[in-house]
Design a protein around this ligand. Sequence first.
Ligand code: NDP
Length: 256
Amino acid sequence: NASRLLGKTVLITGASSGIGAATAVLFAKAGTNILLLARREDALKSVQQACVAAHKASGLKEGGEFAPIQLDVSDKAAVAALWSKVPGSLRQVDILVNNAGYVVGREHVGDIDEAVIEGMFATNVLGLIGMTQLLVRDFKARKSGHIINIGSVAGREPYVGGSIYTATKHAVNAFTASMMRELVDTPIRVTEIQPGMVETEFSIVRFRGDTSTAKSVYAGLEPLTGEDIAEEIVWAASRPPHVNIAEVLVFPVQQA
Ligand code: NDP
């Protein structure tokens, strides 16, 4: 029941494109306020406009405040200083969507640059953990909150050329599952959404801007869209308070 989301404040990392942007628009439609975080300011402003339009079309009075905030989740000092950039009315976050993440390349392990390895861990793992730490203390003090981490099928299954990315997403999976057990005596909910193939900018980033190789990944199947995953995220967030959706694995029909 989406009415449970009315007036809530959601923080989404990686809100400038793909799954994060689609999730923002869907939460906006459901009458929430949103902190939109990513590195690209212009893209965030476009998503903010899309949120304003979606909220207006919903006709809801609740929610409707959308703040784009430039943040690199791998920059520890910037994460620590986040609240100084957040409008006072949006400092009490109810739902954290840890979505920022990427993969670059498909080299075998001996051929991967150290900077590429460190970059993926810094964003996909340490960035997600840093954002969680920033919010979980407040969630515990207020005895409420929901942490939704975007893992991947790569957090369950290995693939050739994916040693580093799969390691980061296995780390997300282990971190999320442990945290859920730690928080079991609190009303705080913890969810992991694990998408299969979703057509977003993900593949373009993966192949370093080579859009035709990026497109070829989806040959012979109909990939998921960012909206498909956004629906799962908003669904998990809108369950009754005693229901915790622990894990959701979502594939395109033609992927297994
Ligand atoms: P996109 O590339 O479209 O979106 C990734 C988002 O993460 C962008 O908004 C990007 O924004 C942001 N981002 C990347 N690095 C950082 C950073 N250091 N700090 C802040 N924001 C950052 O891809 P998707 O929407 O597909 O990816 C979203 C999540 O879904 C990722 O965690 C990905 O691993 C996961 N996933 C995706 C799958 C797919 O097939 N697409 C499958 C399974 C999981 P900006 O560049 O502006 O910072």
